[in-house]
Write a protein that binds this ligand. Structure first.
Ligand code: FES
Ligand code: FES
Length: 165
């Protein structure tokens, strides 16, 4: 029987064009971690329940453990490694998480930050309730969440102060 060719995935990851033949059953998280070695994206439950694996695809937060890599074809993917501040500084979200003590073991942090990043793209001045709602799919076992919400508020203010970048 003739073997079908593996699908090609062409996308942009953290500003870099990627073109690969991939297994059609590969999840985006396995593609990012296993093929591109972007291991900042974590996997916990692999069932869409913890949010550790959140990345941003075309401006929207997605659980990359459930999102098939082929679905990213033609799209722009941003992972925690792609968040950069100006002049080599940490991105304001990363800085605010550090400043507010919003990181303890750090396992949830990349997913939290990417969910927050997608929120701030859509809504530069979210209320506390909107932040809680946007992060409701991200589980943190360590911090009690309040410092995380404060960090997102702080980063939103910093980003507004410099035109959203
Ligand atoms: S690993 Fe994707 S939601 Fe938990
Ligand atoms: S800092 Fe440990 S799970 Fe959130």
């Amino acid at each position: 029987m003739k073997k079908t060719a593996a699908p090609m995935l062409k996308c942009v990851v953290n500003g870099v064009k990627v073109s690969r033949a991939i297994d059609s059953g590969l999840t985006l998280s396995d593609f990012l971690r296993g093929e591109l070695h972007l291991t900042g994206t974590k996997t916990g439950c692999n069932q869409g329940e913890c949010g550790a694996c959140v990345v941003v695809v075309d401006g929207k937060a997605v659980n990359s453990c459930l999102y098939m890599a082929v679905q990213a074809n033609g799209k722009k993917v941003i992972t925690i490694e792609g968040l950069k501040g100006k002049n080599g500084d940490p991105h304001p979200l990363v800085q605010a998480f550090a400043d507010e003590g919003a990181v303890q073991c750090g396992f949830c942090t990349p997913g939290m930050i990417m969910s927050a990043y997608a929120l701030l793209l859509a809504n530069p001045a979210p209320s506390r309730a909107e932040i809680k709602q946007a992060l409701s799919g991200n589980i943190c076992r360590c911090t009690g969440y309040e410092m995380i919400f404060s960090a997102v508020e702080k980063a939103a203010g910093l980003l507004r102060g410099r035109g959203g970048k």
